[in-house]
Design a protein around this ligand. Structure first.
Ligand SMILES: Cc1cc2nc3c(=O)[nH]c(=O)nc-3n(C[C@H](O)[C@H](O)[C@H](O)COP(=O)(O)OP(=O)(O)OC[C@H]3O[C@@H](n4cnc5c(N)ncnc54)[C@H](O)[C@@H]3O)c2cc1C
Length: 400
């Protein structure tokens, strides 16, 4: 089976990874591999910390993917001989003040209802395990099981692992159009005029998937995020040993430490269409971050990155078949790193017609790309889909 994967973000690359394992010949098309949203991501693999009211259909996906992670990460790391910065040190979700603590109590109740084992601890107990926390931290939710990984290393390792195999081709071009035979996708037209044909095409082009002519017009929106990478001075390293997430005057902020001492400080969440980094967003992140961990102000700023999350109306991705030659896998919003093994495997199996029974009950329906179309319309490009439940103003209290 010859398969084209359009887009080499963490989703396209993990899809290619599973496709190769299933024996397909894979061509990946991307003008700038691994430099989209996946390049910005903090890399929290945090199903419990991501519990947000009203997102119940997301939990089984997050849990399934989190369970797949240790094996996925170990195999990718071994294939590419790269350390992916995978840690299971857990998360403290900290309250900046007593009002934030009340919000955290409600979060913890929602986590318990969703079956996650977490506990509220006092500010001083939190400081005993993370001495860099501010004395002002009013309390914290302790989540022992949450993990993190370095998404830049994951993407680089996947790219290196799959491209080193025979039967794999990377074309650094933009896909401009899906080629059709009647209603069936048979390949992709590239920006340099070439046409590449295949048995199956998988669209993993993130937030700009709709720009490809002939692609399904999904209710995607760009949710911009700004994120900083910091380096603490050598004498203060490691500043943190586990992920610190927090609410500061109601605003979300997080600090994700890497095993090499880097700390990712994020993230803003903007729908203003600005692809540059607003100074105000950086100021806000540093101000909120230092309320939880004052020592970050002594760190060096190594990198500031702004990218668009591929947002969906209900925070769930779109993974499913569009026609007998095309599968779509996008809209991973705030959870693409966490959901990479789940989405990669499901997309690959859908393309090859080989979906096995590992998928949680109801999950395939909850990620259907057709779930927002009315009965008389469809997600197909030429039918002007009307999205029955699409609310562009939809916002969540998720933190990534
Ligand atoms: C600041 C920030 C922090 C985040 N933190 C986390 C986190 O901690 N945990 C988590 O799980 N998720 C996190 N996310 C979300 C996560 O980054 C995304 O859900 C994920 O990266 C989506 O992956 P993707 O491969 O679908 O998209 P992308 O990474 O955007 O990749 C899409 C690829 O498609 C290519 N492409 C686009 N159009 C075309 C075309 N026409 N032809 C060919 N190629 C094309 C692009 O060049 C790009 O390489 C974060 C996101 C942001 C912005």
């Amino acid at each position: 089976m010859r398969v084209i994967v359009v887009g080499a973000g963490i989703i396209g690359l993990s899809t290619a990874w599973y496709l190769r394992r299933l024996g397909a010949e894979v061509t990946i098309i991307d003008p700038v591999p691994a430099l989209g949203a996946s390049h910005a991501a903090a890399g929290m693999i945090a199903p419990a910390a991501e519990v947000v009211w009203g997102q119940t259909p997301l939990y089984p996906l997050m849990q399934a993917s989190a369970q797949m992670y240790p094996e996925f990460a170990a195999e990718v790391a071994s294939a590419a001989a790269v350390d992916l910065g995978f840690t299971d040190a857990g998360t403290l979700v900290c309250a900046g003040d007593s009002a934030d603590l009340q919000a955290l109590r409600e979060l913890r109740e929602a986590q318990s209802r969703s079956g996650f084992a977490t506990e509220i601890i006092t500010g001083s107990a939190a400081r005993r395990v993370e001495p860099s926390l501010s004395p002002a931290v009013a309390g914290a939710v302790h989540i022992p099981g949450d993990r993190s990984i370095d998404p830049r290393r994951v993407s680089a390792a996947l790219l290196s692992a799959v491209t080193s195999e025979s039967g794999f081709l990377l074309i650094r071009q933009r896909a401009v159009e899906l080629l059709k035979d009647g209603d069936v996708t048979v390949g992709v037209a590239l920006s340099d005029g070439r046409r590449v044909e295949a048995d199956q095409v998988i669209l993993c082009a993130g937030s700009t998937s709709n720009a490809i002519a002939g692609a399904p017009q999904l209710p995607l929106r760009e949710v911009w995020g700004d994120v900083l990478r910091l380096r603490a001075p050598a004498e203060a390293t490691p500043l943190l040993t586990r992920t610190i997430r927090g609410l500061v005057s109601g605003r979300s902020v997080y600090l994700v430490p890497r095993p090499d001492g880097e700390i990712v400080l994020g993230a803003s969440s903007r729908e203003d269409g600005l692809s540059g980094t607003p100074a105000g967003a950086v100021h806000r992140l540093l101000a909120d971050g230092q309320r939880l961990v004052p020592g970050i102000l002594d760190a060096e700023i190594a990198d500031i990155t702004t990218r668009a999350r591929p947002g969906s109306p209900d925070d769930l991705p779109f993974i499913g078949r569009i026609d007998s030659g095309c599968v779509v896998s996008t809209g991973y919003f705030r959870h693409g790193v966490l959901l990479a093994p789940f989405g990669g495997r499901l997309g690959a199996e859908l393309a090859l017609g080989a979906v096995s029974d590992w998928i949680p009950e109801g999950a395939a329906e909850s990620v259907s790309p057709h779930r927002f179309t009315t009965e008389t319309t469809s997600a197909y490009p030429n039918h002007s889909p009307a999205y029955s439940n699409y609310n562009p103003a939809h916002s969540t209290r998720s933190m990534s």
